[in-house]
Design a protein around this ligand. Structure first.
Ligand SMILES: Nc1ncnc2c1ncn2[C@@H]1O[C@H](COP(=O)(O)OP(=O)(O)OP(=O)(O)O)[C@@H](O)[C@H]1O
Ligand SMILES: [Mg+2]
Length: 270
């Protein structure tokens, strides 16, 4: 269960570069919920995920995870509860280490190194089984360096690593955006399978309307640091790509009206 309560974050407050990245965002995600986060560039999607991951402390508001107030927890402490996958396939794995070594590291996160640090037969066979389930044929290449793999293969493995210890929360920030369409589809299938298998509570940022329509059980659309629209339940299921595009258009029109109103006010009062 994740609760984000009225979280605000302003970067460079009080300077000419001030950005109000989050303006009072609230979310309640029950266990196993899969939220898709949409929104234009700079609308605050990544900042919201970063706030949840603990990259910075919000200026105001609270973040609760599994019934604990984690607002003041440092990032490394929250990392035990949170799995993350970013857009860049080169982040999140050690490129010169093998597939097996990377996964073994993920499997042993938080354990003391002295406890049987060599790859046991049991762990090796579990690694092989889970890699086979990805359906990419990588189970025969466990000794290969991660750096020698394609972006899609790396993202699938990063997902496996991020979820190996079943995190309370999975954060995906445009994790297929840097991939070609075929690899992106493959990684999405893997994402769906892993989320379903472990019943993970998931936040996924995407710019793809078709991903938003086809995945997840709820959507928020962000605009200028706030949640502009929310869809869940039957409303979410009924939603089509055209409906979402319509909402984007609405936000764009509202923004133009705001700008026109602002410049009119300026003309009146200056
Ligand atoms: N560390 C930071 N320092 C200063 N400004 C920041 C920082 N992080 C984000 N911002 C600003 O906050 C606003 C929201 O950024 P954010 O990265 O959350 O947008 P986004 O919705 O993820 O956009 P995109 O779709 O382009 O990834 C932007 O104006 C951005 O420039
Ligand atoms: Mg972003």
């Amino acid at each position: 269960m994740l609760s984000v309560r009225n979280v605000t974050k302003t970067f460079h407050a009080g300077t000419v570069n001030e950005v109000r990245a989050l303006r009072g965002v609230s979310l309640d995600l029950p266990d196993g919920a899969f939220l898709i986060i949409l929104g234009g560039n700079g609308s605050g999607k990544s900042t919201l995920l970063n706030a949840v991951a603990g990259c910075f402390r919000p200026d105001e508001g609270e973040i609760l995870l599994d019934g604990q107030d984690v607002t003041r927890w440092p990032e490394h402490k929250r990392a035990k509860l949170v799995g993350r996958v970013f857009q860049n396939p080169f982040s999140g794995t050690a490129p010169t280490m093998s597939i097996a070594e990377n996964l073994a590291l993920a499997a042993r996160r938080g354990q003391r190194r002295t406890l049987g640090w060599a790859l046991s037969h049991k762990l090796m066979s579990e690694i092989r089984d889970r890699v086979r389930e990805l359906g990419m044929g990588l189970e025969d290449r466990l000794g290969n360096a991660i750096g020698s793999l394609s972006g899609g293969q790396r993202q699938a493995l990063t997902l496996l690593m991020a979820t190996w210890l079943r995190p309370s929360l999975l954060l995906l920030d445009e994790h297929t955006a840097a991939l070609d369409p075929k690899s992106a589809d493959q990684v999405l299938r893997v994402t769906e399978a892993i989320v379903k298998r472990h019943q993970l509570t998931t936040l996924m940022v995407t710019h793809s309307m078709s991903q938003a329509v086809n995945l997840g059980d709820r959507i928020v659309m962000m605009h200028r640091g706030s949640v502009a629209y929310r869809f869940a339940g039957a409303d979410k299921q009924r939603l089509g790509v055209e409906d979402l595009l319509g909402r984007f258009e609405e936000l764009r029109r509202r923004e133009m009206l705001d700008e026109t109103a602002a410049s009119l006010l300026e003309e009146t009062y200056v």
